[in-house]
Design a protein around this ligand. Structure first.
Ligand SMILES: Nc1ncnc2c1ncn2[C@@H]1O[C@H](COP(=O)(O)OP(=O)(O)OP(=O)(O)O)[C@@H](O)[C@H]1O
Ligand SMILES: [Mg+2]
Length: 375
């Protein structure tokens, strides 16, 4: 069962450089959230603050009832066992094989014997498509493989909270889709709370229940994905479309003269390089693979959204209604497929088995496409 992470008034600086201030958000238990924001706005710093690797000057981070910004190092050590973290750079130990890297948290945090560790490690490496690469060193594999090895290691303790810093970076589009699907399937199986930091707009559009964005040292919004995707906020629209015309500049904020010049160029039909996609056309959220249980968090998310619906902008409300309808239709179709396959593992029938996922109970064997494939 996932754990809520509640962040209140969090502020972080390095020396005199303020990174972000007064960040308040709740990662609802078991829901999938994404954090967007231009490079250097402090997304990775935020992830590290959530696990107590960096120390904010103000505010609190409550995990499972404990404020990790103020607890003892012993308490922090215990709380960290709830987390599985995929760091931006993979953070693998360079002198250890992928097998040993993946086994590391098990050897460090559990008393499991080597044969059990081997089973778990091989299962997780298999899950990310690296079953044959266990004896390789991080320096001997591709960037995308390192990323996937980092994910295998993040999953090895069956974490209740999964933090992924750019899970897609270094991955080709197809493997990105597999990894995204893997995260949704894991979420369905163990109801883990997930936060994905990403620049990948396709992931942002199709994977999370909630999206937030850091910009100009603040959290500009955090809420149901439809709110950000339909936002009229210039920085949000610019970020989603990936256009160079707009308030987000290469490094700092743009000055007025540059902004005026850009407006002229745009007026004259010069392209800022961005996509003309209409992000307010909400794409249905990716669903768990056939045979996976339904995501319990989906129902909780919907209930939460219903409660706040009247407080949201008109176009967000419309988008939420539409995506709910589309998701209901997809769910019905999926149930039909499951019924045809004679698979009774859907929904509440799986209650009580949530602590296992994609493991020796052959979920992945049933769905070869679920594996991320080698490369
Ligand atoms: N340990 C540190 N000491 C000093 N400054 C740091 C440290 N870690 C990060 N920073 C600074 O904090 C700012 C935010 O960095 P961060 O890595 O969180 O950005 P990001 O949003 O993750 O960017 P990207 O999208 O490029 O990964 C940067 O200016 C960076 O230089
Ligand atoms: Mg980063």
């Amino acid at each position: 069962m996932g754990v809520e992470v509640s962040v209140e008034g969090l502020t972080k600086s390095f020396g005199s450089q303020n990174i972000w201030r007064d960040v308040t958000l709740t990662l609802p238990e078991g829901e999938v959230s994404a954090l967007l924001g231009p490079s250097g706005t402090g997304k990775s710093v935020f992830l590290k603050a959530l696990i107590g690797l960096l120390h904010p000057e103000q505010g609190s981070v409550i995990v499972d009832g404990t404020d990790i910004t103020k607890c003892s190092s012993k308490e922090l050590y215990e709380i960290r066992k709830l987390f599985g973290v995929l760091f931006q750079d993979g953070a693998l130990f360079g002198s250890m094989s992928l097998f040993d890297n993946t086994a590391f948290p098990l050897r460090e945090h559990t008393k499991k014997g080597e044969s059990e560790i081997r089973d778990i490690v091989m299962e997780k490496l298999d899950l990310v498509g690296l079953a044959d690469a266990g004896d390789k060193l991080p320096g001997e594999i591709s960037g995308g493989m390192r990323k996937r090895a980092g994910l295998a290691r993040a999953l090895v303790l069956d974490p209740q909270i999964i933090l992924c810093d750019e899970p897609d970076s270094g991955l080709d589009p197809v493997r990105t889709a597999y990894i995204s699907q893997l995260l949704i399937d894991i979420n369905a199986e163990i109801d883990a709370t997930i936060l994905i930091v990403t620049h990948n707009i396709n992931i942002a559009r199709t994977i999370p229940d909630n999206i937030g964005m850091l910009f100009r040292k603040e959290l500009v919004m955090f809420g149901p994905r439809e709110v950000l995707l339909t936002s009229e906020e210039p920085a949000v629209k610019q970020f989603l479309s990936g256009d160079r015309f707009g308030p987000i500049g290469m490094s700092e904020e743009k000055d007025d003269a540059t902004a005026a010049q850009e407006a002229q160029l745009a007026e004259a039909g010069v392209s800022g390089g961005g996509t003309k996609d209409d992000f307010s056309e909400i794409i249905p959220q990716v669903q768990p693979n056939p045979g996976m249980p339904e995501r319990k968090a989906a129902a909780r998310h919907r209930e939460r959204v219903e409660e706040m619906l009247h407080t949201l902008p008109e176009n967000a409300q419309r988008a939420i209604r539409e995506s709910q309808q589309a998701e209901d239709e997809i769910r019905e179709e999926r149930q039909k497929v499951d019924a045809q396959n004679g698979d009774g593992r859907n929904g509440s029938e799986r209650d009580g088995h949530d602590d296992q996922y994609a493991g020796s109970d052959a979920n992945t064997e049933q769905f070869p496409a679920y594996r991320a494939g080698n490369a």
